[in-house]
Design a protein. Sequence first.
Length: 164
Amino acid sequence: MILAELFSIILRLAELAFAAIVAGLNGDYLHAVHGVSAWHLGRFIYTEVVAGLAMLLAIIWLFPFSSSFIHWPADFIMSVCWFAAFGLLVDWLGQSCGDVFDWRGLDFYGTATCAQWKATVAFTFLSAICWLASAILGIYWVRRHTVTVADGPYHRRRWYRSRV
């Protein structure tokens, strides 16, 4: 199963890179709007927390051990958190910069706020997909490597029966 371990490492590196990009772009916005109520910045603070947690978990689980596959429930939960952040950012962006995935006519020079927000939304979505793929890979690996009582030569001896 070296292929699954290699794919897992690639996914973890992508998760780490995407979370770092989202944290950087979102952190730049949070830094620029200092003095605004935290209530109005809730969706950005949530996205920053999810990105920080994703970076931490991706670094911890980057090491290629077989135990990294059993974390698939946490991978799924992180995927749900990223999809929630994606929805919050899309809702905030609205139609102010055009359609969310319409990249035509963007100006990447000067302030480029629309380009920055569209990049943040895009990398949030990509991170959610990578975490979901890690969860699916973990489920696949665990199901392939779990021995059930009916499949294996292992029979459970009842506690009240002796070997004699």
